[in-house]
Write a protein that binds this ligand. Sequence first.
Ligand SMILES: [Zn+2]
Ligand SMILES: [Zn+2]
Length: 245
Amino acid sequence: MPRNRGGMKSLLHGTLDLLYPRRCAVCAADTGSGGRYLCWDCLIGLPYIQDPYCSICGDPVEGNVDHDFVCSWCLESMPAFDLARSVVRYRGCVGGLLQAFKYRNATHLAYDLSALLEGGVRAHLADGGIDAIAYVPLHPRKARARTYNQARLLAEQLACRLNLPVERNALRRVRWTATQTRLHAAARRANVMGAFQTPIPDWVRGRRWLLVDDVMTTGATVDACARVLRQNGASRVVVATVARG
Ligand SMILES: [Zn+2]
Ligand SMILES: [Zn+2]
């Protein structure tokens, strides 16, 4: 019987798909051969980030720049992470998708969003090696109110795709911070200073970390997380986010 389990499972899934066809979260078409909740047309129409971009933080720039171009933010503040890359711009349908994923319980989108992340990691971040995955944690009070952490969902699905461990205790949010969305770059940095800790430094030391979040805007949050991992002996920290604000 166990030998037939895979066949039974795909038969069941096939039947469920016939009874309840999956609809694209953007255009409501049948997803068909596209992603699970994003149809092929919407997937290929996403505003993917392409060259040129900052060789450290991955922020896209206009015009012609050298391959090793470094943006003014990275030059001035030297981020704690080695590299950061995002897959798409926070534009068009991406904003609506990520808002639904973060605030409106659209947790099923983690499947397709983590597929996008997987492509970005394999293309840009995997070369230096990755030992474990961490994610930007929520403050416990916010986690209770929100019931799930979208960054954790992404990290867990990405971990399966890349066959890597996700460490749920690599980072902890120890200070309540104001919502970043209405703050400017300098205020965002001050806002997250000292907001994160690593509860068990031995887990962090000597490992190459992939830090995951849904959106990177000024980079203040992922930079603060990367700084803590570095201070606790991480040998490398790379950052992957679905979108760049
Ligand atoms: Zn669609
Ligand atoms: Zn940069």
